[in-house]
Design a protein around this ligand. Structure first.
Ligand SMILES: [Zn+2]
Length: 507
């Protein structure tokens, strides 16, 4: 731990095991101290000593926080795909993540990796995360944990676009209002659930089976409970009564748990329409299973028709809600709910960028609306006349072209790279860009033997305004043929606005 900490991109948790650097993690186990601590929790008052309740968390519980990696970008990678997942590492100090050299082919072993912000133009920022949280994101994305299906380049662009201010220690997301991730990590008493491992845990079903008999959900189904008819006569106006039942049921998957309950409380029509055990079974599927996937095992083996599902739903939703001061066997699940909420925010951006990616590919195939947009951009572009100055003139002029920007979204997309390619004599051979992991190059690339690449990162929302080509002076009287010709041996890239200072690329 150094002067300041950076945190997991998905959960905003610390990237080392608390206490690993010698600080106190657990408070006193003395009876009086524990009672004082719990009294403060009941009053929702934080303890000032920044330690966890030793009866809630132990050292083993914290170990998963030390299994972290980072998503990095290797601009010199030969393939069009340049993002990589680093080897395991730990946050050390001053924004640095120290990974082992990983097995990802794009990982060149750079160490340290700068977290979220880089002050070295040759090393792009990296985005650290816990392995457990990356798996959760994968689950949110695909419903399973096969992480190979995540497009790392799109993921990198996603992280980059979610990085807020220059001095940031995690992404610009709602992480659930926790107070642990301060300038350095604080072990906040009452926030113990935020350091519980959120991973899949089949034992939760055993816990559920133990606790369920005492909750009283095996009574009469909600369908058979009597209803206060007097209350119905008092309803003067209920705007929701205009909603047909089938439409009403279609709305609930789009409403949060809290909004659903509020709607039932606000409308007699909705209240009556939702007094069916089948409806609450569906509510469990829509609102509980997305974060409590172990519960699916329970549904497969138990007959929910014999359980009062509204009570079960309200109970499960309440005891696993991530909030200050919770304790008990559901803390890992509560942390999972909190992290999945952040993952959903990342997922929205990821899918948007991924969709954009496919759009660009579609344009290359020459079909779809993206092709129209690319044509429109080309038609509105200005190409200044360049007179041919070759002597002797070639028998036939061969003109080649490549369109770098094919959709307006691409101008704003993060993670753009400008590339130049040079032959063995140090002469410019090709120019290109990589946008959303698509490489568009005029000329040969470094996939041709003997061609070398130099690239620069184009900051978000900035334009390349000018590319200056540096030519050698030909000596037309020289007997050396190569000296009689001019060649581009260097170039300077200028951009607008000014913070992107000119780059000179010379092999
Ligand atoms: Zn995490």
């Amino acid at each position: 731990m150094g002067e300041y900490d950076c945190y997991c991109a998905f959960c905003s948790g610390c990237l080392y095991v608390p206490g690993a650097y010698g600080s106190d993690v657990f408070g006193s186990e003395a009876r009086e101290a524990l009672e004082r601590r719990r009294e403060r929790l009941r009053e929702k008052i934080q303890a000032q000593d920044h330690t966890y309740d030793p009866t809630i968390v132990d050292h083993d519980c914290l170990k998963w926080l030390g299994s972290a990696r980072a998503l990095g970008m290797n601009m010199e990678a030969r393939a069009a795909s340049k993002a990589f997942i680093s080897g395991r590492g730990t946050y050390s100090s001053y924004g640095d993540f120290n990974p082992e050299h990983g097995s990802d082919p794009n990982d060149d072993g750079t160490n340290p990796l700068p977290c979220f912000v880089s002050y070295d133009e040759d090393v792009p920022p990296a985005y650290p995360f816990h392995e457990a949280c990356y798996r959760l994101f994968c689950h949110a994305l695909f419903g399973h944990e096969d992480m190979n299906q995540i497009d790392k380049d799109v993921m990198y662009s996603t992280m980059r676009s979610l990085s807020g201010d220059r001095d940031t220690s995690c992404l610009s997301l709602d992480y659930g209002g926790m107070e642990g991730p301060e300038h350095t990590w604080y072990c906040i008493s009452g926030e113990e659930y935020t350091v519980f491992k959120p991973s899949t845990n089949p034992k939760l079903i055993d816990v559920l089976r133990d606790l369920l008999p005492n909750q009283g959900f095996s009574g009469p189904s909600i369908d058979r409970l009597s209803i206060d008819s007097e209350l119905e006569t008092k309803v003067r106006n209920d705007i929701f009564s205009m909603l047909p039942l089938d439409i009403l049921y279609m709305l609930f998957p789009y409403l949060s748990s809290e909004t659903s309950i509020n709607l039932m409380n606000a409308s007699w029509h909705v209240f009556k329409a939702t007094r069916r055990n089948g409806f609450w079974k569906q509510m469990i599927r829509n609102h509980i299973l997305p974060w409590f996937w172990e519960f699916d095992t329970f549904i497969q083996t138990e007959d929910l028709d014999h359980i009062e599902c509204r009570g079960l739903y309200v109970w499960l939703e309440g005891i696993t809600r991530p909030q200050f001061g919770i304790r008990g066997p559901w803390m890992g699940l509560a942390n999972r709910r909190r992290i999945l909420n952040a993952c959903e925010q990342v997922k929205k951006v990821y899918l948007k960028l991924k969709e954009g990616n496919y759009g660009v590919q579609g344009s290359h195939c020459g079909n779809g609306t993206d092709d129209d947009e690319a044509e429109e951009i080309k038609d509105d572009s200005v190409s200044l006349h360049l007179p041919a100055i070759l002597e002797p003139k070639p028998a036939a002029e061969l003109t080649t072209s490549v369109q770098w920007i094919r959709a307006w979204d691409e101008v704003e997309s993060p993670g753009k790279i400008f590339e130049s390619f040079w032959n063995g004599d140090g002469v410019l051979a090709g120019l290109g860009v990589v946008i959303n992991s698509h490489r568009r190059v005029l000329g040969p690339t470094d996939e041709v033997p003997g061609i070398r690449k130099f690239s620069i990162d184009v900051p978000d929302a900035e334009w390349i305004e000018e590319i200056l080509l540096h030519l050698t002076d030909p000596d037309i009287l020289s007997e050396d043929e190569s000296a009689r010709t001019s060649a581009v041996k260097g170039l300077t890239v200028r951009s607008d606005p000014s913070p992107f200072r000119p780059h000179s690329l010379t092999p």
